[in-house]
Design a protein around this ligand. Structure first.
Ligand SMILES: NC(=O)c1ccc[n+]([C@@H]2O[C@H](COP(=O)([O-])OP(=O)(O)OC[C@H]3O[C@@H](n4cnc5c(N)ncnc54)[C@H](O)[C@@H]3O)[C@@H](O)[C@H]2O)c1
Length: 254
């Protein structure tokens, strides 16, 4: 049966686990051929096998979004394997939380590099194919932390920066049939938030309960919640929606 994304090719960074994996799965379920890259070799192999066992056509490669050559190379290979590049999701991310006075240069730089330089590298490489084809959907994963969050001066700056980056791509690339939008998740249950719980020394369940207390819909988010918003922006029919940020956080954020 033809799906909404049959005939489309999606490329997802950091697609091996968590939100990225949820996005990869959703595109595959809806008929797209999916390519994804990740730094985590083990998780990449596991997710690739899992998807192939389900019969999906996927391309995956170990690549670091911070390294322009690696990203360009992977995007080129995916394009050659699948014959097109229609959708790019910049999802790869890391956190290096610390209060400002304890934040190191490296905490700052790593977060800027992965989120901002990484998204820049992938978008610049992808636009070449999209412009040629006069079609594209770029979706950047921001965060509610873009609005400010204690202990995340680096991450908040990067995620807010990503929103400005998104709007600029929308302005520059619109004439080529390319839209650029941003999805800004709230608290989502993934390995990233599990690692946060570990780092601050509370059981994951407790961190979830604490977060849910401030979430109007009364539950925490799952990767599928984010994938849902991503596929809305990625849809061919969403061609008049560009430069937008949608907060997927179970309620409004201040
Ligand atoms: N989990 C949340 O609550 C939450 C909330 C808001 C925004 N986000 C954002 O969503 C995205 C996904 O987060 P997640 O919770 O799934 O995290 P995660 O840590 O579970 O997954 C991130 C993936 O990105 C990969 N990655 C990291 N650095 C990379 C690099 N340099 N090159 C290639 N791959 C790299 C990791 O190996 C991992 O597989 C991130 O951008 C994150 O900032 C997450």
């Amino acid at each position: 049966m033809a799906g909404r994304f049959t005939g489309r090719v999606a490329f997802v960074t950091g697609g091996s686990r968590g939100i990225g994996k949820g996005i990869v799965e959703r595109f595959a379920e809806e008929g797209a051929k999916v390519a994804f890259i990740d730094l985590n070799e083990e998780a990449l192999a596991e997710t690739t096998n899992e998807l192939r066992e389900k019969g999906y056509e996927v391309f995956s490669k170990v690549a670091n979004v911070v390294d322009a050559d690696q990203v360009e190379g992977a995007i080129k290979e995916a394009y050659e394997a699948f014959g097109s590049l229609d959708i790019l999701v910049n999802n790869a991310g890391v956190i290096r939380d610390n209060l400002l006075f304890k934040m190191t240069d490296s905490d700052w730089q790593t977060v800027m590099d992965v989120h901002l330089k990484g998204s820049f590298n992938a978008a610049r490489a992808a636009q070449k194919y999209m412009v040629e084809n006069k079609y594209g959907r770029i979706i950047n994963i921001s965060s509610t932390s873009a609005l400010g969050n204690r202990g995340q001066a680096n991450y908040a700056a990067a995620k807010a920066g990503l929103q400005g980056f998104t709007k600029t791509l929308a302005i520059e690339l619109g004439r080529y049939g390319i839209t650029a939008n941003s999805v800004a998740p709230g608290f989502i249950e993934t390995e990233m938030t599990m690692e946060t719980a570990e780092r601050i020394g509370v059981p994951f369940e407790q961190l979830i309960q604490h977060s849910v207390a401030n979430i109007p819909v009364g539950r925490s988010g799952k990767p599928a919640d984010i994938a849902n918003a991503v596929v809305f922006f990625a849809d061919e029919k969403s061609s008049f929606v560009s430069g937008q940020v949608i907060y997927v956080a179970g309620g409004p954020k201040n």
